[in-house]
Design a binder for this molecule. Structure first.
Ligand SMILES: [Zn+2]
Length: 58
């Protein structure tokens, strides 16, 4: 739990997604949290994650 969290764009913060037949299922992007951490949103670019953290600590 920290300040580095952002509302999930996939489910708009609800943590649930609904398909065309109104079946609801847990959002796979935020795993149902409704929010994603900065690390999760950038998980495809982990090198820059380290750089971001270093900048914040600095
Ligand atoms: Zn989500």
């Amino acid at each position: 739990m920290g300040s580095q969290e952002f509302r999930c764009k996939a489910c708009d913060g609800y943590g649930l997604l609904m398909d065309d037949e109104e079946w609801r299922y847990t959002c796979t992007v935020c795993r149902g949290d409704g929010y994603v951490s900065e690390l999760e949103s950038n998980e495809q670019d982990q090198v820059s994650d380290v750089d971001d953290i270093n900048r914040i600590l600095d």
